[in-house]
Design a protein around this ligand. Structure first.
Ligand code: PHE
Length: 479
């Protein structure tokens, strides 16, 4: 009898120890894991598209100003809340103010939704990496290739399950042994790859059918020059809103992920430096992604060729790679490997955030929690992957676009919930807890929090107003 009780207690205290012991090894490990979460498809397929659409250098300027003010405010808040409470979203908000637990639950639901489709996108990317590795770059460039792939009822499911399985395996191995270890080698390699591809894109030249020669350098100029022609107030506001929604999707804020990662940061790490480095990494990769994609698309299809989202990555770029001739297959491999690294490190952060919340709520161990979640999300990924074939249907979304299963999940989580959560959490920190709650954590070891004044103004006044406008705009209320 006694024997069993002892075993039971040992088991429980072991679990508690395991939870407490979860942490990143130090600043670099944390920064690379957080950058891994931040750098994702948003940097690769959304940032370059927005830059091309929203006036090139003009968009870049607006974006940079927003990163240093608004992005910095949200990222700092999330990470500081995480480290101060040592908990994930649900418990963190509850610890701050029990009445605000609902906001923690809402925040937790964002990764819960995103997880249903992120591995599906990862699966598409893995499929394309396989296509290029097996030398089928010409086939991938054919019209209708992508459509016929995603509407097939087998292949997208297989790749989604594979991606989901690898994600679960990494999270199963823990914070330092899984997430940090993978991020430590994937993120530096990713950085080198985008630099190499961008460098190559600048050397491209191509003469089109009408005899017009276009070069990569001209494409770069097009990307960097602020295009002010026809700029009106309403167009400028649109650019501002585009940059803002891109920014907080890109930094993985307002979805509890940075709270969870923050809770694993050791007390002696300087959060000021860490926040700066994460911002620089994420923004740097976005800028480089623009410098690799815009010139390449420009050289082969002019300024009209830029599209957004999946069609940029899976339709336009394969045509560009094919037009590069022999080198194209090689560049295609490098590009899709880059994209796998970006997506995988983001995907593990989504699953980790769900896992950490569940471990705290159900007092369960990591391994068991991950196994249960893996079963649920393997099923969910399969269903979403079939959203273009067996489960195909279309709905009109409130923001005017037409979507199917994956778009609905994306719309609800990113366009409705995230701005709403950001709005409420700026009110909670700015007015209920007061900004000192975060500022104290930033200065825990006597560091100086340089942008303290800016932080106070942003969190109390500017960010809530901006988030309200973004929320009204993306839900179609303010059309
Ligand atoms: N930050 C990621 C990107 O820029 C997106 C992401 C969303 C990551 C959700 C994790 C969770 O693509």
């Amino acid at each position: 009898m006694l024997y069993y009780i002892t075993i039971g207690n040992m088991d429980r205290s072991f679990r508690i120890m395991e939870k407490k012991a979860s942490s990143f090894s130090g600043q670099i490990g944390f920064v690379l894991a957080a950058a891994g979460s931040a750098v994702g498809v948003g940097n690769l397929w959304r940032f370059p598209y927005l830059a091309a659409k929203d006036g090139g250098g003009l968009f870049l300027l607006v974006y940079l100003v927003l990163v240093l003010t608004f992005g910095f405010t949200l990222l700092t808040s999330d990470i500081a809340i995480g480290r101060r409470t040592k908990q994930s979203a649900i418990r963190a908000y509850e610890t701050m103010r029990p009445k605000w637990k609902f906001l923690g639950i809402l925040t937790f639901l964002v990764p819960v939704l995103i997880m249903t489709y992120y591995a599906v996108i990862g699966g598409w990317i893995t499929k394309y990496a396989a296509v290029y590795l097996t030398g089928q770059s010409a086939a991938a460039a054919e019209d209708g290739y992508f459509t016929s792939f995603i509407t097939s009822p087998v292949s997208p499911v297989v790749f989604a399950l594979l991606f989901m399985g690898v994600t679960a395996f990494i999270v199963y191995n823990g914070v330092e042994g899984g997430i940090e270890r993978v991020s430590r080698y994937m993120m530096p390699i990713l950085l080198v790859l985008v630099v190499v591809i961008a460098g190559y894109a600048l050397t491209l030249r191509h003469e089109d059918a009408s005899g017009q020669m276009r070069t990569g350098l001209e494409g770069l100029r097009y990307y960097l020059t602020p295009h002010m022609e026809g700029l009106t107030v309403s167009r400028f506001l649109q650019i501002l809103l585009d940059a803002m929604s891109q920014l907080f999707f890109s930094l993985s804020v307002s979805m509890g992920i940075m709270i969870t990662y923050g809770s694993y940061v050791k007390p002696d790490v300087d959060l000021n430096k860490a926040v700066n480095q994460i911002e620089i990494f994420d923004t740097g990769v976005a800028l480089l992604a623009g410098a690799m994609i815009i010139p390449a698309v420009y050289v082969f299809s002019g300024t009209e060729g830029m599209s957004a989202g999946p069609s940029l990555m899976f339709v336009s770029l394969p045509k560009v790679f094919n037009a590069m001739g022999k080198a194209g297959m090689f560049v295609g491999i490098l590009f899709f490997v880059t994209a796998i690294f970006a997506t995988l490190t983001s995907c593990i952060s989504v699953l980790e955030s769900i896992t950490a919340n569940c471990m705290e709520i159900f007092h369960s161990g990591r391994k068991k929690t991950v196994l249960v979640l893996a079963v649920i999300y393997l099923a969910a990924s399969a269903i979403i992957a079939l959203g273009y074939s067996i489960f195909y249907f279309e709905v009109q979304l409130p923001n005017g676009s037409v979507g199917q299963l994956l778009d609905i999940m994306d719309y609800v989580s990113n366009s409705v919930m995230m701005p709403f959560i950001a709005l409420l959490s700026t009110i909670l920190i700015g007015w209920v807890m007061t900004p000192d709650y975060v500022i104290d954590e930033m200065q825990r070891n006597g560091e100086t929090f340089r942008r303290k004044k800016l932080y106070r103004v942003m969190i109390r006044y500017v960010a809530p107003v901006m988030m309200l406008v973004l929320f009204l705009q993306s839900t179609g209320i303010l059309a």
